[in-house]
Design a protein around this ligand. Structure first.
Ligand code: CA
Length: 222
């Protein structure tokens, strides 16, 4: 569990990130402007900050400058819609540890957050390297999967989907949660891609590993 500060003024994006972090067992705090973000970052109550660049009050570059100027070494992952090299470089020179350009999939952000927390020794629930449930085993470092000891080939998407199911084994996950996590917030919510991929996973991991919960979503059997 890590306490993660999200400084982002677009509600759609901050709630997307907060939802994903909660599903991962983290405790997110969302603020929507630069000065409040800086204030909370300096409080020392958070393990990591996800920081947007375009913010009211004070932009992300300035938040970062002031944070570092005051001696904070809190890990910061910058979010930016501006994917130009110049902005990215100035963000990194300004003391960001990593950046993501929007739009992004939650899984990409999750991977960066996990890495930063691990580097700073923060306790991340996602820091374990192997997930096991119902005979299925995922090795998160080698990205290998097996069922009852036999290797199974999963595509990157299938692996990411299997990972969120297994992190939340026994819990119902909605199509929307799965879509956000694996495909990103800009993906067409009317798409049936989740159902298609659940079908792929059932074929590879066993037809009874992922249960359909009518009207709600899917649940990984434990
Ligand atoms: Ca913004």
């Amino acid at each position: 569990m890590a306490r993660i500060l999200i400084v982002e003024d677009e509600e759609r994006i901050s709630s997307f990130i907060a939802k994903g972090l909660r599903a991962d067992g983290h405790v997110p705090t969302v603020v929507a402007d630069g000065p409040t973000g800086l204030d909370l970052a300096l409080s020392g109550d958070h393990d990591l900050m996800v920081l947007d660049i375009g913010l009211p009050g004070m932009d992300g570059f300035e938040v970062l400058d002031q944070l570092r100027a005051q001696g904070s070494r809190m890990p910061v992952v910058v979010l930016t819609a501006r994917d130009s090299v110049g902005d990215t470089v100035s963000a990194l020179e300004g003391g960001a540890d990593d950046y993501m350009s929007k739009p992004f999939r939650f899984a990409e952000l999750q991977a960066r957050i996990r890495l930063r927390l691990r580097q700073t020794g923060g306790a991340a629930p996602g820091a374990e390297d192997v997930l096991e449930a119902g005979g299925v085993r995922l090795d998160l470092r080698t990205r290998r999967a097996s069922v009852d000891g036999a290797d199974v080939e999963l595509s990157a998407r299938e692996f990411t989907l299997a990972e969120i199911f297994m992190r939340n084994a026994g819990q119902v996950l909605s199509r929307e949660q799965l879509l956000d996590h694996v495909w990103g917030f800009d993906f067409d919510p009317g798409s049936n891609v989740v159902d298609v991929y659940v079908g792929y996973l059932r074929r590879k991991l066993g037809s009874d590993t992922i249960l359909t919960v009518r009207g709600m979503g899917y649940r990984f059997a434990t």
